[in-house]
Design a protein. Structure first.
Length: 132
């Protein structure tokens, strides 16, 4: 069967794409970085949660809110137990002034803390304390 070999190949390709994308970011080339991720998503299809997550984070940094929301929401569809995208959806809501939505996401994250996002709990708690 080719499926296990194909999965290994796609994982390797995904990791290389993310590494190249990060190099572009470090060089101050966010558009090139996004293009690499878009190309990777095209090659692998929309099933790749890691690529959607990276794309969502980069779009968030570029303040392209709607596009970021789409990619982060795809992460949630692909893996409902991956809670970091929920935090970032809350961050987008907070940054765009939607405090009710941000509160909803952050309260959810209190029960399901993000694992890959440093300072997430501090940001959430400060926001929730102010919004009481």
């Amino acid at each position: 069967k080719l499926e296990p070999q194909l999965n290994v190949f796609l994982e390797s390709l995904e990791l290389r794409g993310i590494a190249i994308s990060r190099q572009y970011l470090e060089q101050g080339k966010p558009e090139e970085s996004l293009q690499v991720l878009e190309d990777m998503l095209y090659l692998e299809g929309s099933r790749c949660i890691t690529l959607h997550y990276q794309m969502g984070l980069q779009l968030l940094q570029l303040k392209q809110w709607q596009k970021a929301i789409g990619h982060l929401a795809n992460c949630r569809k692909g893996d409902p137990k991956f809670y970091d995208p929920v935090f970032h959806l809350g961050e987008i809501a907070r940054r765009t002034g939607n405090t009710a939505e941000a509160t909803k996401y952050f309260q959810y994250c209190r029960k399901h803390p993000p694992e890959k996002t440093p300072n997430a709990s501090q940001v959430m708690e400060e926001f929730l304390k102010r919004e009481k």
